[in-house]
Design a protein around this ligand. Structure first.
Ligand SMILES: [Ca+2]
Length: 488
């Protein structure tokens, strides 16, 4: 997950500058990782995004890792909102990490600059990794067939969640069509769905005028905002200007103008939108179909109402949920013993035993325990909602090998995953060249949200907004990016 908005527009030139630095210096840079010695445990420095945070017992995780593998794990976990910016800063520092979790759209840039190394020889020698399903690896092979990245988990995707208790309060059925959805959004806005006598809720909230298509599915339907692989046409196309997306933008604007969706959608970060749903300020929200189903239920129950019931919504007609390419683990070219890093941080994660249990559930007695012979998660004493832990690094149900979970999957998580898997649309890894590496993020993360926000706010009509978009996208080499992706 990544948030967009003003912060990122500052970071893009910064990232570009840093990458140019990395491009020139990566080859000569010789830094850190301590080699194994007899006296001290060897150290692996990992940059991780989705690992347990400090207040969730990250130190216990690292201590258990050292106990199981004899290796110290030094984790750096920058804030989620500017994670990739911090990754690039670290790559230009003299403390280059050995292993880094990155978003897959940055792989072409990391490979082009010689920042990361291929993993094929390590994978082929591993026995643990024979149990990994190749459908998770194949999409990550670069056009030459090499693997520079290992999937951190099943990428999964988002589904829509709805307040079942609000539907019940208002006597409304589960919406299955667009017309029914709009009726529910109206009622969630105007009919006091939580019965507190105050006009304090909207039908729907979302992340900032989403150019990340896995969040916006409910309203965009067949339309895509991003550059995407069009299966019938067999080529990469730009989603924003296509007819289905134009129709979706008109739908979104109607809801916005009628005041039945969160008016702050143009500026919402993922955190802001999620918090509004949890606080009961909006009754429909699209988010991750994994342990987040449980997190949303527990937190909404604590923050909004003890009667809150979150329902994973079966995909309404015309809606398909996107299976994204997952975040990946890459090994830096600066790692002095990459085979050692690979063995301890990737290979052993798939041992279908204690290390995989650690990466999935966390530490026994801290994050989970046996109760009546069954494994269950423990409450986190520092959680503001008194909620249970839900994962360590890989959410239960998102493992990519044939390991059988040692605990029963939470039924709510199971239901969310089932709905997601019933209506999939598979994303493809983008292998672009120089233009892609330089300009793709700016088009997707800055230009498109700006254009869509200006249309939603009424600063421009749709025709004017699209004319401006075409001009600005041409200036950012959109055609060249598409040519690179299409290999033409
Ligand atoms: Ca109310």
């Amino acid at each position: 997950m990544r948030t967009r908005g003003a912060g990122l527009s500052i970071s893009i030139p910064l990232i570009a500058a840093i990458v140019i630095g990395v491009l020139f210096f990566a080859c000569s840079k010789q830094t850190k990782p301590s080699p194994p010695t007899n006296k001290q445990s060897p150290v692996i420095h990992a940059f991780l995004n989705n690992i347990l945070q400090d207040w969730e017992g990250q130190k216990d995780f690292s201590a258990e890792f050292e106990k199981l593998t004899g290796t110290k794990l030094q984790i750096t976990q920058p804030p989620h909102q500017n994670y990739m910016e911090r990754v690039f800063l670290s790559l230009s520092s003299d403390m280059v990490p050995d292993i880094i979790e990155v978003l897959p759209e940055y792989l072409p840039r990391l490979i082009q600059t010689g920042t990361i190394i291929p993993l094929d020889s390590f994978i082929s020698k591993s026995s643990n990794l024979q149990s990994v399903d190749s459908r998770f690896l194949d999409p990550l092979r670069n056009p030459d067939g090499q693997l520079y990245a290992f999937p951190a988990r099943d990428g999964g995707g988002c589904i829509t969640y709805i307040r079942q208790d609000w539907l019940d309060n208002l006597g409304l059925p589960i919406p299955e069509t667009w017309a029914e959805l709009v009726r529910v959004m109206e009622a969630f806005t105007f009919d006091d769905p939580d019965g507190n006598g105050i006009n304090d809720s909207y039908g729907y909230t979302d992340v900032a005028a989403a150019s990340q298509d896995w969040y916006n599915r409910l309203i965009f339907g067949e339309g895509r905002v991003e550059i995407y692989w069009d299966e019938p046409e067999g080529r990469w196309v730009d989603g924003l200007t296509r007819p289905a997306t134009q129709a979706a933008l008109i739908r979104l604007k109607e809801l916005y103008d009628r005041g039945i969706i969160d008016p702050a959608i143009p500026t919402n970060t993922t955190y802001a939108a999620r918090t509004k749903f949890i606080n009961g300020q909006a009754g429909i929200f699209t988010y991750w179909a994994n342990h987040w189903a449980r997190n949303l239920q527990d937190r909404t129950e604590a923050a909004s109402s003890p009667a809150a019931r979150i329902l994973p919504l079966p995909a309404p007609r015309g809606v398909r949920y996107i299976r994204r390419i997952p975040p990946v683990l890459v090994i830096s070219a600066a790692a002095t013993d990459p085979a050692f890093v690979f063995e301890h941080m990737i290979d052993r994660q798939y041992d279908k035993g204690p290390v995989q249990t650690l990466f999935t559930l966390g530490v026994k007695g801290i994050h989970w325990d046996l109760k009546d012979g069954r494994i269950s998660f423990l409450p986190n004493p520092l959680d503001p909602f008194q909620a249970d832990y839900t994962k360590a690094y890989v959410p239960p149900g998102s493992q990519i090998n044939d390991w059988e979970l040692p605990l029963e999957l939470d039924p709510l998580v199971g239901k969310a995953l089932e709905i997601f898997r019933r209506n999939p649309s598979e994303d493809r890894q983008k292998w672009g060249g120089e233009f892609f590496s330089q300009y793709h993020q700016e088009i997707e993360q800055v230009l498109k949200p700006d254009i869509m926000s200006s249309y939603l706010a009424g600063d421009r009509d749709l025709t004017e907004a699209m004319e401006l978009y075409r001009r600005e996208a041409a200036r950012l080499y959109l055609d060249e990016i598409l040519n690179e992706l299409n290999g033409s």
